[in-house]
Design a protein around this ligand. Structure first.
Ligand SMILES: *Cc1c(COP(=O)(O)O)cnc(C)c1O
Length: 452
């Protein structure tokens, strides 16, 4: 019988070499501490981007702020800067302790990207940034704009007419499409969103209302991305937003770090050698959590520890890192089906560049079952009165996995963190949910009460 090879090994050989795979394959939740993790000074050599690139992105977003504030009045209170609240969640932390059966020390905060303006998810960082950057470069190139202008002048029929000669394509499981579609259509671009089969109907409808062309596939995210890429290859006036490889998306996400730093200061929270920071980020293809990790590492270096969270059926980043095969793996090679209600995370192969560039900066990865996500969704709604979509809860078990799994404890011990934990801070990154229609949110909640 012919045996399928994954890289240079059979599945059985991989399992023998990486025993954790056995649990992953049977759909158990796991915690993986990254054996390739390195101190920041070493890890950073793998990536060609640096602080200057993040600063540049931050400045660009500032140039656009007056325009954003004008066309999306929701952003007026933050003066056109799209940023989410960072809040304490003592009630939820208490309930988590009871549910998972174990205490955590240090404070637990929630980063509410679920409530980012314009598109209600973490994609409002990277996705919107890349659209703005593209619009700016076109306008600069054609001498219709200078970087000293007041960008509110973009809100004008002449500009919309100009941008209507250009188009943007993207492949998405839903949320990236929403960000790109809403922002792109607002500027006047023609936008094509190639949606995977798991994308929610309400996301497609909302986009169509905005004049976005939604192309649907009966296949998963990788196929939707490939189709978007093909379409853009044929049209020189079409910009393809490449979720699997784009450094612009990545930098848009990275800007989160300096803003988070300001929010931590406002809460009088210190991050230094004695006060470590732990961040738990839901991961799909990896650009969002990767960009944020990169930004945070630039700022806090070895004092921040970033963990990615994935569904048990789509642990593409974990498999890519563990095997070091990165985008050359597909979760199906390991008998997993990539089926999850966490649509933003239903990705079978990780980004080609995030795993390779950040493979030594990511502290670890843990996986979560859908039933856990639904349970947590109810808890967050009950205790914190916050509406989150299933994907957005993936980071929530993070602090517990760190304290109460063998590998988690090992990580803390190995990095001399155990005695520092009382002074530490945990940030659970809640990545989407505020735009979910109320009836769908109700159905999610009901599902959560049924699995309890
Ligand atoms: C896209 C998404 C993520 C993960 O971002 P990636 O860049 O795909 O890793 C997490 N949560 C939600 C809700 C998302 O839409």
């Amino acid at each position: 019988m012919e045996r399928k090879m994954i890289g240079d090994k059979t599945l059985d050989e991989w399992i023998q070499e990486r025993p954790l795979l056995e649990k992953m394959i049977t759909g158990d939740e796991v915690f993986w501490s990254n054996p390739f993790y390195q101190p920041f000074d070493i890890a950073v050599e793998k990536i060609s981007l640096d602080e200057i690139h993040i600063k540049d992105a931050e400045e660009r977003l500032k140039r656009f702020a007056p325009y954003i504030s004008k066309v999306f009045p929701d952003t007026q209170k933050t003066e056109g800067i799209i940023e989410s609240p960072l809040r304490k969640m003592p009630g939820m932390a208490q309930r988590l302790s009871e549910e998972f059966g174990g205490n955590i020390t240090g404070s637990v905060l929630l980063k509410c990207d679920s409530h980012l303006a314009i598109s209600g998810s973490i994609k409002a960082r990277g996705g919107i940034y890349e659209v703005l950057k593209h619009a700016e470069s076109l306008a600069l190139q054609h001498k219709r704009l200078t970087t000293d202008d007041d960008y509110t002048l973009l809100d004008n029929d002449k500009f919309r007419e100009f941008f209507s000669h250009y188009s943007i394509a993207v492949g998405s499981t839903g949320n990236l499409g929403l960000s790109i579609g809403i922002m792109g259509a607002q500027l006047g671009f023609q936008v094509f969103v190639h949606m995977s089969s798991d994308a929610k109907q309400w996301k497609k409808e909302l986009l169509r209302q905005k004049g976005v062309i939604v192309v649907e596939y009966q296949a998963d995210y990788s196929k939707a991305v490939a189709e978007g890429r093909n379409q853009a290859d044929l049209d020189p006036n079409m910009h393809f937003i490449d979720d699997e490889n784009s450094t612009d998306l990545f930098l848009g996400y990275a800007v989160a770090a300096s803003r988070l730093n300001r929010q931590l200061k406002e809460l009088n929270i210190t991050v230094d050698e004695e006060h470590p920071l732990f961040v738990y980020l839901p991961c799909g293809v990896g650009g969002g959590p990767g960009g944020i990790t990169f930004g945070l590492k630039q700022l806090f270096k070895d004092n921040v520890h970033c963990f990615f969270a994935e569904p048990v059926s789509s642990p593409c980043m974990l498999l890519g890192l563990m095997t070091q095969l990165h985008d050359r793996i597909n979760v199906r090679d390991f008998g997993l089906n990539n089926k999850t209600d966490a649509d933003g995370l239903a990705v079978a192969s990780p980004s080609g560049f995030v795993g390779k560039a950040l493979g030594e900066m990511i502290s670890g990865v843990f996986t979560v079952q859908d039933t856990t996500l639904y349970k947590l969704l109810c808890m967050a709604s009950d205790m914190e009165k916050i509406s989150l979509e299933p994907s957005a809860l993936a980071g929530m078990p993070g602090p517990f996995t760190l304290f109460h799994t063998a590998d988690g404890k090992c990580y803390l011990e190995k990095h001399g963190l155990l005695e520092k934990m009382p002074g530490g801070t945990h940030i659970v990154w809640a990545t989407g949910g505020s735009m979910v229609p109320p009836d769908i949110m109700k159905a999610y909640y009901k599902k959560g009460t049924e699995v309890r």
